[in-house]
Design a protein around this ligand. Sequence first.
Ligand SMILES: O=C(O)C1=C[C@@H](OP(=O)(O)O)[C@@H](O)[C@H](O)C1
Ligand SMILES: C=C(OP(=O)(O)O)C(=O)O
Length: 457
Amino acid sequence: MTAASPAQQPDPLLPGPSDDLWPAPFARGAVDATVTVPGSKSVTNRGLILAALAAEPGWLRRPLRSRDTLLMAEGLRALGVGIEETVSSSSSAAGGPDSAGEAWRIIPAPLRGHASVDVGNAGTVMRFLPPVAALADGPVRFDGDPRSHERPLHGVIDGLRALGARIEDDGRGALPMTVHGSGGLDGGTVEIDASSSSQFVSALLLSAPRFNQGVEVRHVGATLPSLPHIRMTVDMLRAVGAQVDEPEHGGVPNVWRVTSSALRGRDLVVEPDLSNAQPFLAAALVTGGRVTIPDWPARTTQPGDELRRIFTEMGGSCELTEEGLTFTGTGRIHGIDVDLGEVGELTPGIAAVAALADSPSTLRGVAHLRLHETDRLAALTKEINELGGDVTETEDGLHIRPRPLHGGVFHTYHDHRMATAGAIIGLAVDGVLIEDVATTAKTLPDFPEMWTGMLGV
Ligand SMILES: O=C(O)C1=C[C@@H](OP(=O)(O)O)[C@@H](O)[C@H](O)C1
Ligand SMILES: C=C(OP(=O)(O)O)C(=O)O
C-alpha cells in the first residue's frame, strides 16, 4: 500500500471530486463578522463513546454533525447503541445560551458483534471504537479510506491485545482489522508508545471503566503529542463518574489509571469547535478586521483555546466577554517561533498565516503531523511553495519565510485543514483555487458558506 503523499495525485475514489476547484474569496477590505461555529469534533466523539458505555441514557446537545461524528454515530449504531436525533428543548440544556436546537439522545444497549465499521479517515473513530468493539459479543470488522490504512494504530492494537483482546490484522499495526469481541475485557496494566498519536491513550482510557479490572496505561515513548486532548479525555471521564488517577512523574503525565465502574448518562452541551474557529480568527488577523465567535468557553481543554495566545503574538488582540471571543487584527502579521506539539491540529492554519507575515516563522514539535489526514508538513511545504512561498521542512516542523505569493491551485489531499489553510491564504492572495473544498465536511460541512457569509460575498 502506498502512502497518500502530497506528491501523488488525489485518489478519485475518495469523497469530493478532485477536479473541483473553488475560487477562494479575496478580501477586499477588513472583515467584521460574528461567526457561530458548530460543536467540537473531539468533544462530540468522546461524548458519544461515553454515553454509549453508560448505565443509562444520556444527551448530547449541539453535537457536531460532520463526516467524522456521523461515522462515529454509525459505528456505535452498528454495535447496537441507540442514537436518536431530535430537537431539544432549551429548558433542559444545562442553561447555555441558545441551547435549543439539535440534540442526540444516546441509549446504551448490550454491545453486539457481527458488525462492520467504516472509520473514513477519522482518527477518533479508528482509535476510540476498537476498545468498545472488544466489549461486544462477536467479531467487528474495521476499515476506512485508503489513508486510514497508513495511519498508526499499533498503540490500540497492541494495547488491547495486552489487555486480553483477540484482534486479527495483517501485522502492520494498521487497518483493516477485526476485533473479536468476547462480551468483556480483562483490562489491567499496559505499556504503549503514544508518540505518534495521543489518541492511543484516550482510546484505552475512554472504554476502561467497562474493563473488568479497569486499566493502567503507561506511555513509554520519547514524546507525547496533544496533551490537552488527553486532559479532555480525563475530564470527560470524570464528568460521568469515572475514577481517573494521574500519578505525577517529574511533572509530565505518562501514567493514567481508570477504575472499573458504572458510568452515568450525562446531559452535555457541546462547546464550539475552537480549532474550526481558527480560519475565522485568522481572517481578522489577515485583513485587519474583527471577528467574534459566540459561546467561546471560559475554561476548556480544547487546544484551539491556545489561539488566543498564538494569534495575539502574531499581531492581533482578543477579548473574551459574555458575547464570546472577539479577535481584532491590525493588518500586520508577525512571524512566530512556537512549539505546537500540544496543539498540532492548529499547524496548517498557523502556517498559512505565517506565510503572509512580515518576518519568518519556525513551527516545532509536530513531526507526528506526517501521520495525520495527509503528511501535513510535506503538503503545506509543497502547496505554499507552489504559490511562490519559501517553506522548508525540518525534522519536527516547518521554517516559513514569507515571500510575495501569487494565485494558483492549492491541493488539499483529503485534508480539511489544508482546505481551510488555503482559504486563509486566498484572503490576501488573488486567484487561489482550492481543490476539493468539500473535504472540509470531515469536521465543518458548511465551511464554504460560512466563509462567504463572513466576507459578505
Ligand atoms: O483526541 C482527539 O480528539 C484528537 C487528538 C489529536 O490527535 P493526535 O494526537 O493524533 O495529533 C488531534 O490532532 C486530533 O485532531 C483530535
Ligand atoms: C488530526 C486531525 O484529525 P483526526 O481526528 O482524524 O486525527 C485533525 O482534525 O486535525
